[in-house]
Design a protein around this ligand. Structure first.
Ligand code: ADP
Ligand code: MG
Length: 305
C-alpha cells in the first residue's frame, strides 16, 4: 500500500530526509516517530503528492507520488499538521466541499458515512467555529476519509488536544485501520507503542529503527534490565558492584538511589545465581525486579547516540 524507496528531500543545502526506505501493508497501522525536525511532515507531504522528493521513489495506493501526484492527492486521505478549516462553513458543508474536490461519487452518502465514522453526525449543521479542538481534529479526520481512501496519512493527529480527546482520536485510528492502511506520525512514543503494528523511527532525516515495537525492543536493547536493593553497609558499595559484575551474563552495574541497576544478557536469566551470590556473601536482598523497557527508553538510547 505504501512503498518508500531511498526517499530524500533537500531544502537547499539542508537535508531534511536522507535515503529513507519503508513500507506498509494493507490494513496496517504504521507509526512515524521522531523528535521535532526529524522529517515526519516532510515525509508525509511527499507521500501525499504535495511536494516532490529530491531523490528516491514512493508509491502510495498504487500511484507514484512524483509521476502521478494528481491521482495521489485525489485517492489518498491526508490530515495535515495544520488543518485548513473554514470557520463559517457548516460541518456538513466543509466535508461536502472536500468530497467534491476529490470527485467522490454519491457525495451525500459519502459525507454521511464520514461524519458517522468520526461521530460528528449530530453536529452536521453546526458551524465549524463552534467545534471544540477535539471535534475539529475529528472533522479533519472526516475530511481525510470522506472519499474512502485505501491509505490514510495523519500528521500528529493527537497534538494539541486534551487527554480525553486524545483517547478518542486514538480509538478512531484503531477503528479506521480496520478498513484503511494508516500512516500516522507522533513524537509520543507510548502512543505509537499503543496503536502501531510497526514503527519507523526518524532522527534528523535518517531512518534509525524500523519494526514492531517488540522487535525493536529486542533488537535495539538486547539486555535484560533488573533493579536490585541489597542490604549491605554503604562502605561495601564498591565490593557489591565487583561482586555483581563477576557473575556470568552481567553486562553492567550502575548504582542508583537506594539500589543498583543491572543489565544482563538477554535470556540469560541470572536471577537465581544473583540471589545465591548475594546471600552467600553475607548480604541481604530487599528487592529484585525487572525494569520494563518502553519505546521511550529505546528512543532516547538511539537518538542520544
Ligand atoms: N519548507 C522548508 N524549507 C526549509 N526547511 C524546511 C522546510 N520544511 C521543513 N524544513 C526543515 O526540515 C527538517 C524536517 O522538518 P519536518 O519534516 O517538518 O520535521 P518534523 O515534522 O519531524 O518535525 C527540519 O529541520 C525543518 O526545519
Ligand atoms: Mg511535523
Amino acid at each position: 500500500m505504501i512503498e518508500v524507496t531511498e526517499l530524500s528531500k533537500h531544502y537547499g543545502a539542508h537535508v531534511a530526509l536522507d535515503a529513507v526506505s519503508f513500507s506498509a501493508k494493507q490494513g496496517e497501522i504504521l507509526g512515524l516517530l521522531g523528535p521535532n525536525g526529524a522529517g515526519k511532515t516532510t515525509t508525509m507531504r511527499i507521500l501525499t503528492g504535495y511536494m516532490p522528493p529530491s531523490a528516491g521513489k514512493a508509491v502510495v495506493a498504487g500511484y507514484d507520488v512524483s509521476a502521478e501526484s494528481f491521482e495521489v492527492r485525489e485517492k489518498v486521505g491526508y490530515l495535515p499538521e495544520r488543518i485548513p478549516l473554514y470557520p463559517d462553513m457548516t460541518v456538513e458543508g466543509y466535508i461536502t466541499f472536500w468530497a467534491k474536490l476529490r470527485h467522490t461519487p454519491q457525495v451525500k452518502q459519502a459525507v454521511q458515512t464520514a461524519l458517522e465514522k468520526v461521530d460528528l453526525i449530530a453536529r452536521r449543521k453546526s458551524l465549524v467555529r463552534t467545534l471544540s479542538k477535539g471535534m475539529r481534529q475529528r472533522l479533519g479526520l472526516a475530511q481525510a476519509l470522506v472519499h474512502d481512501p485505501q491509505v490514510l496519512i495523519l500528521d500528529e493527529p493527537t497534538i494539541g488536544i486534551d487527554p480525553q480527546q486524545v483517547i478518542e482520536v486514538r480509538e478512531q485510528i484503531r477503528q479506521l485501520a480496520k478498513s484503511h492502511t494508516v500512516l500516522f506520525s507522533t513524537h509520543i512514543l507510548s502512543e505509537a507503542e499503543q496503536i502501531c503494528d510497526r514503527v519507523v523511527i526518524l532522527n534528523r532525516g535518517k531512518l534509525v529503527a524500523y519494526g514492531t515495537p517488540e522487535a525493536l525492543r529486542k533488537q535495539l536493547y538486547p539486555n535484560d534490565h533488573l533493579y536490585l536493593e541489597i542490604d549491605a553497609p554503604k562502605r561495601d558499595q564498591q565490593k557489591v558492584i565487583t561482586l555483581l559484575n563477576g557473575l556470568t551474563g552481567v553486562e553492567s552495574v550502575t548504582p542508583v538511589a537506594g539500589g543498583f541497576n543491572l543489565r544482563a544478557k538477554k535470556d540469560a536469566d541470572i536471577r537465581g545465581k544473583l540471589v545465591e551470590k548475594i546471600l552467600s556473601s553475607g548480604y541481604g536482598l530487599r528487592e529484585l525486579r525487572p525494569v520494563a523497557m518502553t519505546l521511550e527508553d529505546i528512543f532516547l538510547e538511539i537518538v542520544g547516540k
